[in-house]
Design a protein around this ligand. Sequence first.
Ligand SMILES: Nc1ncnc2c1ncn2[C@@H]1O[C@H](COP(=O)(O)OP(=O)(O)OP(=O)(O)O)[C@@H](O)[C@H]1O
Ligand SMILES: [Mg+2]
Length: 504
Amino acid sequence: MEIKSSDLVSLFEKSLSDAPQKSLQEIGIVVQVGDGICRVHGLENAVYNEMITFEGGNKGIVLDLEENYVSIFLLYNSIPVVELETAYRTGEAFKTPVGMHLAGRVINAVGKPIDGLGDLVIEDRLPIEAAAPGVIERSPVNESLETGILAVDALIPVGKGQRELIIGNRGTGKTAIALDTILHQKGKNVFCIFVSIGQRQANLARTIRLLVENGAMEYTVIVSADSSDSVLCQYLAPYVGCTIGEYFRSKGHDALIVYDDLTNHAIAYREMSLLLRRPPGREAFPGDVFYLHSRLLERAGKIMAGGSLTALPIIQVQADDITAYIPTNLISITDGQIFLDDQIFKSGVRPAINIGLSVSRVGGAAQTKAVKKMAKTLGLELAQYRELLDFSQFGTDLDAIAQERISKGQRAVEVLKQAQYTTYTFIEEALMLFMLHEDRLDGIEISYVHTFVMQFVSYVESVYPKIYKVILDTQDVTSDVHDELKRIVQEFKTLFVLPDGRNA
Ligand SMILES: Nc1ncnc2c1ncn2[C@@H]1O[C@H](COP(=O)(O)OP(=O)(O)OP(=O)(O)O)[C@@H](O)[C@H]1O
Ligand SMILES: [Mg+2]
């Protein structure tokens, strides 16, 4: 058979047009690389936040656009990128897998499972940067998110859709508050997301073990970017977690997200900004560090269509100084803060919540009726107690009223002490607060107060299950129940035997 040259040409042309081709503008060349960042020449149409893939298998995100090059942060520390390597545009933003079956899994910031439980069952992939719900879409925060921690539920209540900051020195029990809250959501239909940022791997392993042992992993997703991961992963992790939380919310569920902690997140971002040669501002943080956290936390909230996303960001301070740059930013973004005080922690009161400096700006509207009623005067009493305590240090003689207030305050502090991993139902909380409110617990020595109150609660539970049920059904302590409880206290007092053998 004779082949004409024109046939050959047309065949060649066809093969060229079929081949998957990148236009020249979508390919770039690495001109400089180091410290997890590289500069690439030639990606002229690349856009901010775009994913870039490298010939050698690494991936990155465009975070700076210059005239002659773009700066790309790399996702993986372990895959080398070399000079003159080719980089390709993907035309896509960074996305994370989402789905209801993510509950129970531990993933890293790039959406890969790290728990050895096989592939993820995913329903969609969503870009991690999204606009926060608008005012019209939002519904008021008017439902309680019980933490099971008496001091929080009674004095600084958190509502579904609220953003409550947990702030304190190193090692004052910040993570403990967040984890106890997650443990308490068991059977409450609240999906939890725990985002671990820049922590040591041992810490994460401990958290996972705790959640697994208490059956809390079933409704919890852990997103981890530990200290050995790239700074980019640490920067992305909270947005990944938030996107997963938003997905739960969009399906009509309540979700709770913990960011542990945003200090590490801000530090990762500072490192990135300095590498990008952005001008450093206060404490060497870049000017847009406020936006870093505001755009993340604005995405929490309760929406009209149903579903909510409650955020508990954690922030570490130094020497109890909550007026540093990042802490003040976060205090102004969130709807309140739980301040854990180093002095209080060291004095043995745990959880070490400083009631005076803690606040919940919306929680009151969302508090369970029973708890709200019983805790009405507690805040004031504790404030008076603290004031008098300072005053009494001058050695002045105190009158009878002042002494009584101090005695009452001391007993309140005792009742608010709570061991780690033990959380209370709202009925238990209401009963404990009732004891504080109604009965002064005067006859009982400070060291027995906690036992006395706890035993009263179990007494009511076991001997008067009807009362228990009424509180559960009405979510309230009605005046009938109140009267009945008063009678039960008297009865209980005749039965309670102090550890030293005396009656109360
Ligand atoms: N309610 C509590 N009762 C007793 N011990 C507690 C309580 N809460 C926390 N602790 C203990 O205090 C220590 C510090 O707690 P945790 O790790 O939660 O603090 P942190 O503020 O998150 O610390 P870091 O700043 O290192 O992250 C832990 O050993 C923990 O067991
Ligand atoms: Mg911690």
